[in-house]
Design a protein around this ligand. Structure first.
Ligand code: GRF
Length: 203
């Protein structure tokens, strides 16, 4: 029986595309829904082209009423019945109540090597700090932002004279490799983390 995966997006949806494209063949998971809080998210059109059902729950329509916003999202999820939720550039913080309902089944990708650089502007902060290594992390989602058990990391070198934009581009390429690898393991109930060292998978 396939595992059903819902993917939440707010923007471009490039990670969503890499996840959807990975769920083929003998992969035990299949995408059942792409849900966006932003009706203008570029990723929505990409999801439609990939023939994945889409839903929009526009956060602005709820004027800050998080409970009502999340109830509307839950109504969409109830229709799609996912077993796993992947946040992929989803820009809203989910409440403790929402996460309790989906306990341990919500993953996120973050563009830094957590626990370093939670929040925004991760690449600029890594360059500013003089770091030599950057990367991305897939983690389980907890009520505390960018916390939760680490399910995978991928590393990228920071070069002399790197800009946040150039680094973001290289990290994003790794995100597109790491997230599908983690999801594949996770959907097989194999909870060992995936560690990608620069250009190879270590274990
Ligand atoms: C990625 O860098 C991801 O790590 C962060 O938001 C960005 C989303 O990009 N959470 P995309 O929408 O998947 O292209």
């Amino acid at each position: 029986m396939n595992k059903r995966v819902a993917i939440f997006i707010s923007g471009k949806g490039s990670n969503m595309v890499s996840l959807v494209e990975s769920m083929v063949g003998n992969h035990v998971a299949r995408p059942c829904l792409v849900l966006s809080d932003n009706p203008c998210a570029e990723g929505l059109e990409k999801a439609r082209k990939l023939r994945v059902p889409v839903a929009v729950v526009d956060h602005r329509a709820f004027s800050g009423d998080k409970r009502a916003f999340e109830s509307a999202m839950i109504a969409e999820l109830d229709k799609a019945s996912p077993q796993i939720i992947c946040l992929a550039g989803f820009m809203r913080i989910l409440s403790r109540e929402f996460l309790l309902k989906w306990h341990d089944r919500v993953l996120n990708i973050h563009p830094s090597l957590l626990p370093k650089y939670k929040g925004l502007d991760t690449h600029a902060r890594a360059i500013e700090a003089g770091d030599r290594v950057a990367g991305c992390t897939v983690h389980k989602v907890m009520p505390q932002v960018d916390s939760g058990e680490i399910m995978g990391t991928a590393k990228v070198q920071i070069y002399k004279g790197d800009t946040p934009e150039a680094l973001a581009k290289r990290v994003l390429e790794k995100e597109h490799m790491l997230y599908p690898k983690v999801l594949k393991r996770y959907s097989l109930a194999d909870y060992r983390p995936v560690f990608m060292e620069f250009d190879r998978v270590c274990r």
